[in-house]
Ligand binder design. Structure first.
Ligand SMILES: [Zn+2]
Length: 235
């Protein structure tokens, strides 16, 4: 299997619109790679895939391993083969773009896969709350999200840099999920500082599979920018 491609199932705009009842099975996803991120039906928490194993962080509950038959309504996965590595004794979310130099900005219109391993002096992550009703949009769930901060914890961050033009398909910019070394804690990262090793690969092929469900085609899904504009305008 080719390394450093991204296989993605569904699109971010579908999640923003609360389209997340069905998905692709983990076992089919793992045919496309060994490192990735995603979510579960009903947006009931988030998923990280590290070294071929998938973990789910449900809101307010213990992290659990995702079963091979479990559905993932959104997932991005790659066979990770880092081509750029660096030890960074004092890296933070804000200094990450600089640490990725020269890949950023010289490869800013490519996707990058990013893995960080080490000791995090501080890590802040969110665990999204599940939907209370079908089609409840992500913006509503975000109001009920849980924010967790942990200090001096060993672990791994994995995720992607997605170019600005890809908003609507992916989270433009950094999208990173945390997994503690003891595999008990994790979530969608909003900030960190740590002594870490950075591993990166540039992606040269980005493949998206669109859901064939009735739910996916019920209405025209707007691009993220247009949907956000609507929110701002109160539409
Ligand atoms: Zn996330």
């Amino acid at each position: 299997m080719a390394t450093n491609n991204i296989y993605q199932y569904s699109i971010l705009s579908a999640l923003l619109n609360g389209i997340c009842q069905t998905g692709t099975a983990l076992k089919d996803t793992l045919a496309h790679g060994d490192h990735g991120l995603g979510t579960v039906p009903g947006l009931n928490g988030e998923v990280v895939i590290v070294d071929g194993r998938a973990y789910h962080f449900p809101p307010g509950e213990e992290l659990r391993k995702v079963e091979m038959s479990d559905a993932l309504p959104f997932v991005m996965i790659t066979r990770f083969e880092p081509t750029f590595q660096k030890a960074l004794p004092s890296l933070s979310m804000t200094s990450l773009p600089e640490a990725l130099s020269p890949l950023l900005p010289s490869r800013q219109n490519c996707f990058l896969s990013i893995r960080l391993d080490g000791m995090f002096r501080l890590i802040t992550f969110r665990v999204i709350a599940g939907q209370c009703r079908p089609r409840e949009p992500l913006s509503e769930l975000a109001k009920r999200q849980q924010i967790v901060s942990l200090e001096n914890i060993e672990g791994t961050l994995f995720g992607f840099w997605s170019p600005a033009f890809s908003g609507g398909f992916s989270v433009a910019g950094f999208h990173l999920h945390f997994l503690s070394k003891d595999r008990t804690r994790g979530g969608h990262v909003t900030g960190f500082t740590g002594d870490v090793s950075l591993q990166v690969a540039v992606i040269d092929k980005y493949t998206v599979e669109l859901p064939q469900s009735e739910e996916f085609n019920q209405e025209a899904i707007k691009g993220a920018r247009e949907a956000e504009l609507h929110d701002v305008e109160g539409g």
